[in-house]
Design a binder for this molecule. Structure first.
Ligand code: ZN
Length: 382
């Protein structure tokens, strides 16, 4: 299976210049190809690659010859997969959130360029990239095998990274428990069916700073140096938030996946919830989608089962002990006593237990009636 390993590096001034030039060329190749595709229809990689070769003979694009040709071709490959995802999403072949048309790349966004085997080599501590030179990344962990490609990234806070795609062996650790259900929430990030819970780190302080800076940004003159500096500050704060969250999510997913054979999550309509403006900021900071992706990847690595149950399962409306259905609860209700068996439940833990039950195939018999009633309300689109 494939995995990404990312390392930070600090380029020399000369390398910064060469990289800026390379990023610029990659962006121009993408934007040219995209403009051409938008003007009529997407002509396919081969045609675009030929056009790229020809354009290097013209005066306007002759400078594309100054950088390695591999990242430029890769840029066209990326456009190819962007279009494929877009087409597949339109035809319904690709499940999940709708993928939009590829978009033009901007100078102010994060930048990247990809090198395949023909254009890089690894020796000892250094990585050689064609027409960029030797780079010495900070090897925070060992690279498990030879990479098949390397991506150079520069983020909005001007940090540089090398990202390696490597083949890794699945890890062989026996799971302690058979299965676990996880209920994701805002106040408590995750509630587990075994009674454990995990609280997310607080982002409010950093978030407040970001908001203040954003207000400042709005007042500043366009294209001014001050505005540019503010933008950089905002990007840095965003990075801090993202790093804290990534660390938390990574640790949690590793723990959960290494201890359990089957991991069951609820399919959350995150995109839909983000439309609710009151909730969107809190939700996007939580990183539910990120957590799910991490769990899925870890499950592959550890050889575990990853199960996602339908978001229409009434996991908070049923007693996890006796299947008695009490119906919808107000969000304020945190504990509930089952009228049928008398068990006292914590709301989230009960939901987590139901998620586990449904995911493990112990389906409740209320399911059919549930679906019918929902269809008659017109809430289910299936
Ligand atoms: Zn009960």
């Amino acid at each position: 299976m494939k995995a990404r390993y990312q390392y930070r590096f600090y380029p020399t001034d000369q390398q910064k210049q060469s990289l800026a030039q390379l990023f610029g060329c990659v962006r121009v190749v993408w934007n040219d190809a995209l403009a051409l595709s938008k003007a009529s229809k997407y002509p396919g990689y081969n045609v675009l690659a030929k056009i790229l070769t020809l354009s290097k003979q013209t005066e306007e694009r002759v400078w594309l010859k100054d950088v390695s040709s591999v990242p430029l071709q890769q840029s066209l490959r990326h456009l190819e997969s962007a279009y494929k995802n877009f087409f597949d999403s339109c035809s319904g072949k690709r499940k999940g959130r709708k993928v939009g048309q590829p978009r033009f790349k901007r100078r102010t966004n994060s930048q990247s360029a990809e090198f395949t085997k023909a254009a890089f080599s690894l020796n000892n501590e250094t990585v050689y990239l064609a027409k960029i030179g030797d780079i010495k990344p900070i090897w925070s962990r060992e690279l498990p095998s030879n990479p098949s490609s390397i991506k150079v990234l520069k983020d909005c806070a001007n940090r540089y990274f090398l990202s390696f795609v490597v083949e890794i062996e699945p890890v062989n650790i026996e799971a302690k428990n058979q299965s676990i259900g996880i209920d994701l929430g805002i106040k408590t990030f995750a509630f587990m069916s075994n009674g454990e819970s995990a609280k997310a780190p607080s982002y409010t302080k950093l978030d407040r700073k970001v908001r203040r800076l954003q207000k400042k940004l709005a007042r500043q003159q366009k294209d001014s140096n001050r505005r540019h500096r503010t933008r950089l500050k905002i990007a840095k704060k965003h990075n801090q938030i993202a790093d804290t969250r990534k660390d938390f999510l990574h640790k949690l997913s590793t723990k959960v996946v290494s201890e359990n054979q089957a991991i069951i999550l609820e399919d959350l309509n995150v995109a839909g919830m983000l439309k609710n403006r009151k909730l969107s900021r809190a939700i996007s900071q939580q990183g539910w989608a990120e957590f799910r992706t991490l769990c899925e990847r870890q499950c592959e690595k550890f050889g575990r089962d990853f199960v996602v149950i339908s978001r229409w399962e009434p996991t908070s409306q049923v007693c996890s002990e006796c299947d008695f259905k009490w119906g919808k609860l107000d969000l304020k209700v945190r504990t509930i006593k089952c009228l049928s068996c008398g068990t006292e439940h914590n709301r989230d833990e009960n939901a987590a237990k139901n998620i586990e039950k449904v995911g493990m195939g112990n389906r409740h018999d209320y399911k059919r009636t549930q679906r019918q009633s929902k269809t008659s309300n017109g809430r289910v689109s299936q």
